[in-house]
Ligand binder design. Structure first.
Ligand code: AMP
Ligand code: MG
Length: 499
């Protein structure tokens, strides 16, 4: 039985957490880690919609002390999880939560358990040379990006709160310190499996796999090959996730194996960004000098990461090593066709195609080529296309391309193809609007929100962005300016490294 640990604070009587399931795992899976108290905690962002889902009602003002780490829930077992990981291709046998502390779990209204984690709450036994802290900018970026992702319907960790510590953290300069409250189904990563496998701790890998299966894939518990099933489930979830990222122009930025969730949720938002003008080679992260994690590389990197996961499971896949490797290789090879299926289906939906015709993949690809050549904005291209199914607004679409006249032949072929759909134009258009967001988290908007918060203590821009992005598929005419890509000079690429 897990104990319910209850908050001391009365201002939000319902705030209580369960002991995390993770804390029930053997001791070597984590280290106890208490948040380090801070000078002057002040909550600056609070997500009432998520709080409501988690049954955390009431006035959040009394929560600043808890969510900055100054107060602890009596009886709670805060901890830092152990993990390893390949960082930019190089294996690091011990990473772990160097600045994240798992407080416990909340039970959602739907009866799902969510882990509540503080990021930036001070040093842990895994901090190595780090200070265990986060600066405000990356906290705001992760907050907004993860909530934008959620609103797009893409699996992700969530943002519950951001709390100022009242203390400075030192990066290139002194910056305000902040603690991010993250909510996730699980924080287990590919790197968590690697941690045990690289130590030859097969019992540890098995315990971890059993934990994940028991919690998230109950159907596999009684399957003939539960661990094979786990690898396939991780593969399928990841293939779908990356396809969804590609369809909204999202670039994770640091797809290290320690940043890849076993469940296929988007996790660890660092130097991530949604692309403006379409270019498959786009990289925003200043630390990704060689473009390993460029937009177009994401599916192949996910496959590579999956192979690293498969390696950790070999002993559980088959006692015969050769058979295990052969089976795992086949499983990993399966990523590409599954990814391709999700990608094509989603890209077709973006241009209004539900039926199947031989010319479809070509239409999808040719539009991407035109966008690349014409430096067209990724998001607006599809949104404006959705607005001109009837041909009335072709100009607003064509204008997005460097040579507007060059897109006319494609538009003509696309309309001809729409004729095969057997659906009314209005229905095709509204269907396209439901999959092509009007609003994405534009980098220049995030930067402005961060600058206002860091330089002036003004959080209104961040709050407004969060609000607009909560309904990305609605027109929200009053916020039309938020749709616009940056103008030259609005934003310098590669200005951030994320932490
Ligand atoms: P990330 O790049 O945020 O995915 O982190 C990679 C590793 O570095 C993880 O083990 C983090 O816990 C650790 N880390 C990142 N920033 C800090 C910090 N400020 N203090 C301690 N550890 C950190
Ligand atoms: Mg990470």
């Amino acid at each position: 039985m897990r104990r319910r640990v209850v908050s001391k604070m009365n201002s939000i009587s319902q705030f209580s957490l369960l002991e995390s399931a993770y804390s029930q795992l053997p001791e070597r899976f984590f280290r106890p880690a208490k948040p380090t108290p801070v000078g002057r905690p002040a909550m600056v962002l609070w997500n009432p919609a998520l709080a409501e889902e988690l049954g955390l009602n009431g006035d959040p003002s009394g929560l600043a002390a808890l969510l900055s780490g100054n107060d602890t829930l009596p009886g709670s077992k805060p901890l830092a999880t152990a993990y390893a990981g390949h960082q930019f291709g190089h294996f690091v046998p011990q990473l772990g939560d160097g600045r994240a502390i798992l407080l416990g779990e909340a039970m959602s209204r739907q009866g799902m358990r969510y882990e509540i984690q503080l990021k930036g709450a001070g040093r842990t036994p895994f901090s190595r040379n780090g200070d265990g802290r986060s600066s405000l900018g990356p906290v705001i970026r992760e907050y907004l990006a993860s909530e934008a992702m959620h609103a797009l319907g893409i699996p992700t960790t969530r943002a519950l709160a951001a709390t100022l510590t009242g203390e400075a953290v030192y990066r290139e300069r002194a910056l305000p310190g902040a603690v991010f409250t993250r909510v996730a189904r699980s924080h287990i990563r590919v790197g968590t499996f690697q941690y045990f496998a690289s130590r030859g701790d097969i019992a540890g890998v098995r315990t971890l796999a059993d934990h994940v299966i028991g919690r998230f894939f109950p159907d596999l518990v009684s399957a003939e090959h539960p661990y094979r099933g786990l690898l396939l489930a991780a593969r399928d979830a990841q293939a779908e996730l990356v396809a969804r990222w590609m369809q909204v122009g999202f670039i994770h930025g640091v797809m290290n194996t320690d940043n890849m969730s076993i469940l296929g949720d988007t996790i660890d938002y660092g130097p991530c960004a949604f692309m403006d003008a379409y270019d498959p080679a786009t990289v925003y992260s200043a630390i990704d000098e060689r473009g390993r994690y460029a937009y177009a590389n994401q599916p192949s990197i996910a496959t590579w990461n999956l192979a690293r996961l498969a390696e950790t499971l070999l002993d559980l896949i088959d006692p015969d090593a050769e058979k295990a490797v052969a089976w795992a290789e086949e499983a990993v090879r399966g990523f590409a066709p599954i990814y391709q299926l999700h990608w094509l289906r989603g890209m077709k939906a973006k241009i209004g195609l539900n039926a199947d015709r031989p010319e479809d993949p070509g239409l999808v690809e040719e539009l991407l080529e035109l966008m690349h050549k014409g430096a067209a904005d990724f998001t607006l291209t599809y949104r404006n296309l959705a607005m001109t199914v009837d041909g009335q607004s072709d100009v607003a679409f064509s204008e997005l391309f460097r040579e507007p006249r060059g897109v006319a032949p494609w538009l003509a072929r696309w309309r001809e193809r729409l004729g095969w759909e057997g659906r009314r134009q209005a229905d095709i258009g509204s269907g396209m609007q439901r999959v092509n967001p009007a609003f994405i988290l534009r980098n220049h908007r995030v930067e402005r929100a961060i600058d206002a918060a860091v330089d002036e203590g003004d959080f209104s821009k961040a709050v407004e962005l969060h609000q607009v992005l909560a309904n990305p598929f609605d027109d929200q005419a009053e916020y039309a300016a938020y749709r616009e890509p940056p103008r030259p000079g609005d934003w310098q690429c590669k200005t951030f490294c994320g932490t």
